[in-house]
Write a protein that binds this ligand. Structure first.
Ligand code: AVI
Length: 311
């Protein structure tokens, strides 16, 4: 038997528990190992995947107005900063006193903080390796500074409403009363646009989804037959979300960490939700999370929205 080193016990627990549930489900946070993060970056450049392109254009176009409403001298705290590709637009516009990128992946965090430091040599940058879904103690160096939370990318859409509300409330705790939050939220739209965005012609999203099974084989003692699964993206109108699933194409048996699993042909593992919000739903969710929306910007086709809120 292979010796598995550096296995995250939470990953093992989520996989073993998730595959025993009915319907089977594994949390989407486990997509993002190195391969998964690289595949996600490739997704953001796909012609079918509009969210990154539209949100970046909105930030570019409205940076001046955002800066006026936010005012200078804030500490900008970015939640789940990843590669920080949208951050320069905000940093150049709002003239912050400090920038605190928070990410669970230390490697990604340090790389992108170093790249930003080269572009903003005078800015105080304080990367924080942490799980931003919990309230976080900000660095002492930003004590007393007013704060602007930055949460782009519609990552909030990957959470069910209860989790999203808990996160928004945790952000109020982290940032403090009087803070502002700039958040990106994807809009409800036709499945004719949504399905290709999550099932692209080049098959990158399929590779991103299937990489979860490859990660299970890489990191846990497992023999999941990855080739026997296919990627599915489905629109669930009642829940207003795109769901990603991995569907078994034949009857299967495999083992993970010595635990046997059987799946029947056609059965699926639910791997991701990506909720899409209408204008009223978006504001209601933010209010439930203790944030008051004060301004909103969308593109002419109303594909994506960025909202500025106040705690
Ligand atoms: C990170 N998140 C906002 C993406 C989304 O659109 O829900 C993840 C993703 N999954 C498939 N494509 C992109």
């Amino acid at each position: 038997m292979a010796t598995m080193l550096n296995v995250d016990p939470a990953f093992r627990a989520d996989v073993l528990t998730g595959l025993s549930l009915r319907p089977r489900a594994i949390p989407a946070r486990w997509f993002y190992d190195r391969q998964g993060s690289e595949l996600f970056e490739a997704i953001t450049r796909l012609p079918e995947y509009y969210p990154t392109r539209v949100e970046t254009a909105l930030l570019e176009r409205h940076a001046g107005e955002i800066a006026q409403l936010v005012g200078p001298g804030r500490a900008v705290v970015e939640f789940g900063s990843g590669s920080s590709t949208k951050t320069p637009h905000i940093l150049s516009a709002v003239e912050p006193a400090a920038y605190v990128p928070i990410d669970i992946s230390g490697e990604f965090l340090r790389q992108s903080a170093a790249a930003l430091a080269a572009d903003f040599p005078k800015l105080r940058i304080e990367p924080l390796e942490a799980d931003f879904t919990q309230p976080i103690q900000p660095p002492d160096s930003i004590a007393g500074l007013p704060r602007l939370g930055f949460f782009p990318g519609s990552t909030i859409g990957n959470m069910v409403a209860r989790t999203a509300v808990n996160l928004l409330r945790a952000m109020v705790e982290t940032l403090g009363i009087g803070a502002k939050l700039l958040i990106g939220m994807d809009r409800r739209k036709s499945p004719e646009v949504l399905i290709p965005a999550y099932d692209d012609a080049a098959g990158i999203t399929a590779r991103f989804n299937l990489n979860l099974l490859e990660r299970i084989n890489r990191e846990l003692d497992a023999d999941v037959p990855v080739d026997a699964f296919r990627h599915r993206a489905v629109w669930n109108d009642g829940h207003s979300r795109i769901e990603m699933h991995l569907q078994a194409m034949r009857d299967l048996r495999f083992a993970i960490d010595g635990r046997p699993f059987e799946m029947a042909a056609g059965e699926t593992i639910h791997t991701e939700n990506s909720h899409k919000y209408g204008p009223h739903d978006a504001r209601l969710l933010l209010r439930a999370g203790a944030w008051t929306p004060i301004a909103e910007w969308t593109d002419p086709q109303d594909q994506f929205a960025i909202l500025l809120c106040e705690a």
